[in-house]
Design a protein around this ligand. Structure first.
Ligand code: HEM
Ligand code: HEM
Length: 203
């Protein structure tokens, strides 16, 4: 098997669905991990913002809450596996040459988003159970409450209410950068998070 690259396929290339990351490519596991957590995270975030600021009636907020919790708990459990996988694989090299500060920013934003994948749902779970309520979806209890723990409820509620604004900033930078790389710089940054890898034809 030759060296893996990110360039348009050429006649004779082998199309291989690699599971693990290469030095400059994301394998199938990383790509699935990214899009599954991104979808569930954006869903939970969107619902949370609509619940809080959408001007909905109480019953409408209640109706969305179970979906919010289900997506959030999914992010927490799937996210722990996703972070463990990233810790084992490390980050691939950037897909394109860029100034040092951009490389650092990109790494900082990625680490911030990985932290948010745990901090957002964990604070949601903690503020629920420390508020004296069992964590449940559609009447099914997932985690009973240990009883009211006032300081933990207050700390978790503060994180859950304010962290979304930081996360929105990180996501604006993250998605904005992905679109800039794709449409302005026309490099492989976004493509390699979506498409399969191409193995150069053996010489
Ligand atoms: C990716 C995961 C999650 C994200 C991004 C997220 C985001 C949000 C946002 C943006 C709000 C509105 C905050 C505000 O009041 O200003 C909210 C509210 C809320 N979230 Fe989450 N959340 C997540 C997971 C969870 C989980 C797992 C629970 C579990 C119980 C939960 C429970 C709640 C509750 C109870 C509220 C309403 C708080 C209130 O009454 O003000 N969230 N969430
Ligand atoms: C439409 C939305 C999104 C787009 C277009 C997008 C795009 C991308 C791209 C192109 C990369 C590769 C960057 C590189 O190779 O340097 C990437 C990596 C990454 N993205 Fe996103 N992303 C989105 C949503 C999200 C969300 C919601 C999160 C987390 C809450 C997230 C977390 C990450 C992380 C942690 C990485 C680093 C590699 C990894 O561990 O997967 N992304 N994203």
């Amino acid at each position: 098997m030759g060296e893996t690259v990110n360039r348009p396929a050429q006649p004779g290339d082998l199309e291989e669905v690699a599971l693990r990351d290469g030095t400059s490519a994301y394998g199938l596991v990383s790509r699935l991990n990214h899009w599954i957590t991104a979808g569930a995270f954006l869903g939970a975030l969107g619902l949370g913002l609509v619940m809080a600021y959408g001007g909905l009636a109480r019953e409408q907020v209640f109706a969305l809450m179970d979906w919010h919790k289900l997506l959030g708990v999914t992010v927490l459990f799937y996210g722990l596996w996703r972070i463990a996988w990233r810790a084992v694989e490390g980050f691939p090299e950037p897909a394109a040459q860029m100034p040092r500060w951009q490389e650092w920013m990109s790494k900082a934003v990625h680490l911030g988003l990985l932290a948010a994948i745990v901090a957002m749902p964990l604070s949601g779970v903690l503020m629920t159970v420390a508020g004296g309520r069992a964590l449940g979806v559609w009447g099914v209890t997932l985690l009973p409450s240990p009883g009211e723990i006032v300081w933990l409820d207050a700390a978790a509620s503060t994180v859950h209410a304010y962290a979304p604004w930081v996360v929105l900033g990180l996501l604006a930078a993250h998605i904005g950068a992905a679109l800039k790389h794709h449409f302005l710089d026309r490099d492989a940054t976004l493509a390699r998070m979506i498409t399969t890898r191409t193995i150069p034809a053996p010489r």
